[in-house]
Design a protein around this ligand. Sequence first.
Ligand code: C2E
Ligand code: CA
Ligand code: CA
Ligand code: CA
Length: 278
Amino acid sequence: AKRSGKNQALFYSPQMDIGSADLIDQQRDLRRAIGMGEFVLYYQPKVEIATGRVSGVEALVRWMHPDKGVVGPASFIPLMERFGLISDLGRIVLDLALADLKRWQGMGLSLPVSINLSPQQFRREGLAEGIIAHVEGSGIDPAVFTLEITETMAMDDDARTLNTLATLRAAGMRVSLDDFGTGYSSLSVLRDLAPEEVKIDRSFVRDIEHSRPAREMVTAMVAMGQALGMKVVAEGVESAGQVAILRNTGCDQVQGYFYSMPLPAADLVMWLDRQAPS
Ligand code: C2E
Ligand code: CA
Ligand code: CA
Ligand code: CA
């Protein structure tokens, strides 16, 4: 086996060798980050459009890199999936969220939290049991959690996916279909998963002010989700004009820079205070 490995190496170009050395560095950096606890959660509020009330927050992971500063998930989650580290990240994210929830509880603040699950994490046997044991061990009510998933998770193995979701739901957690309307989340998934919530992807919301087709599609997505008994959330809302249009469609909740960027937990608490001065 060693020998064939060596032979195979002959086919690699010098560029690929540099590439793999780079990957080894990145893997080492990520493993170090996991060991050092360099990940934190930022939270973005979800706002009920009819009342302006904050209905919950979405947890979005960040890497506080000692040299690079705050690093967003788009650049490291694909690498963690590749290196088989995504389950470690999943545990870390849940731990961080549970710690923040405990702190908020101590302040008399009860806030539903949405967590993103990546496809690879979802595929693992025992995911639901692991999450439930982890949450129940912390003393936090599992019902505060909504789990955001995308289509790719459902495509692979339908029976296992549905089983996993059924187990999580039996513990009181809600399921949200993320990025709805994109290639990652489509109608068959909406039908099969019957999520409690649907999140309309930012790519549709972005154009609703200037594009009639975009507006009509969002209107139809809201109507369909609601007809199926789901809460509909529009993501990536950046302007008052978008909010006005979304309000007219009857969309339940909105999330985006117009209300707030994702914030560190301490900043979120200050933001919430400013929303409800009393
Ligand atoms: P997502 O779940 O679709 O999250 C929404 C992304 O849009 C976030 O990027 C958020 O910061 C950004 N965003 C929110 N409002 C606006 C807006 O008004 N305008 C624009 N242009 N962007 C907005 P972020 O935080 O970089 O996360 C990217 C993706 O990484 C997420 O997409 C999610 O798929 C994944 N992700 C984030 N946190 C986690 C995690 O803890 N675990 C896993 N597995 N995936 C995560
Ligand atoms: Ca999400
Ligand atoms: Ca999304
Ligand atoms: Ca997205």
